[in-house]
Design a protein around this ligand. Structure first.
Ligand code: CP
Length: 321
């Protein structure tokens, strides 16, 4: 079956997931992002690569970092950016998602950046655009349900490459609510694609989904065991909004077993970096002493996210299908 995010020539048509993305495309995005990092430091923080293009931000779910950095990235590429308030849009009056998309396409949209609580919503939009021969319109998945958050995965890879240089000698631990995390899924696909030899998932049984071993991941329910000797720690938020029923005894118990404290961080390599996609819950998954400490690279992740999103959008805009 054809990968729905690639053209028949194997070029990026939409960015829907890191799963199935060739390593060459992942590296091309990271290399392109490197060339954009300096744009933010210029006096005129703009390049004309998307001048005249219209990017529509369609966020059906809340966002701080992703939505804002997509908007900044669009503006730095000189695109026109339109932020729709989807809670107040026609979908809340019963219009179907695809009818909304057709109406926005009729306004000459060039790109849709979509966040949706429903896994697969960006795929449905991309398929509809392909089926209706609107190949000039591109879709970027900005997070769908618990499925994928590819630009977060890519900015996480950019951050790891920035601090660690080489993926092929790393041990990376992803800690917490893996079950509900689209970030964990995107990170696992990205890390294995880039050749990381050891990816660990650490969390309670109730928050570790089945199938991790088949994805090449070692699982640990004991955090102290799982953190031993790691180079990178990716902490995750408890996704309470996606939990059905009690999967944990209490937040206090969770922090006791899975909170990243300075004592636990000391089990990792001395130069280990600490990452978090945000929003961060201090005292739940991470101690403030770690979040604000010298090994945390959480705010640089956000900054790199602008360059990575510029890279994704400019590459898509250059591929007209
Ligand atoms: N990391 C992330 O997706 O954060 P937001 O929900 O603020 O966009």
């Amino acid at each position: 079956m054809l990968n729905p995010q690639l053209t028949k020539n194997g070029e990026l048509q939409h960015l829907l997931s890191i799963e199935g993305l060739p390593k060459s495309i992942v590296n091309h995005i990271l290399d392109t992002a490197s060339s954009f990092v300096g744009v933010s430091d210029r006096e005129v923080k703009k390049v004309p690569l998307m001048r005249g293009k219209s990017v529509f931000n369609l966020f059906f779910e809340n966002s701080t970092r992703t939505r804002t950095t997509f908007e900044i990235a669009s503006k730095r590429l000189s695109a026109d950016v339109i932020n729709l308030n989807m809670q107040a849009s026609s979908t809340s009056k019963g219009e179907s998602l695809l009818d909304t998309i057709d109406n926005l396409s009729a306004m000459h949209a060039d790109m849709f950046v979509v966040r949706h609580a429903q896994s697969g919503a960006p795929y449905m939009i991309a398929k509809h655009l392909n089926d209706t021969k609107q190949n000039h319109v591109h879709v970027v998945n900005a997070g769908d349900g618990r499925h994928a958050h590819p630009t977060q995965g890519l900015l996480d890879m950019y951050t790891i490459r920035h601090y660690k240089k080489d993926f092929t000698n790393l041990t990376v631990a992803i800690v917490g609510d893996i079950l509900h995390s689209r970030v964990a899924r995107s990170d696992i696909h990205a890390l294995t694609t880039l050749g990381v030899p050891e990816v660990r998932a650490i969390g309670p049984h109730t928050l570790l989904p089945g199938g991790l071993e088949q994805m090449g991941v070692r699982t640990f329910t004991n955090m102290n065991e799982g953190l031993k000797g790691v180079d990178v720690i990716i902490m995750l938020r408890l996704q309470n909004e996606r939990m059905n029923g009690a999967l944990l005894p209490s937040v206090q118990e969770y922090f006791k077993s899975y909170g990243l404290t300075p004592e636990r961080l000391a089990l990792a390599k001395p130069d280990a970096i600490v990452m978090h996609p945000g929003p961060m819950n201090r005292g739940v998954e991470i101690d403030s002493a770690v979040a604000d400490g010298p090994q945390a690279v959480i705010l640089p992740q956000v900054t790199f996210g602008i360059a990575v999103r510029m890279a994704v959008m400019s590459i898509l805009a250059g591929n007209q299908g």
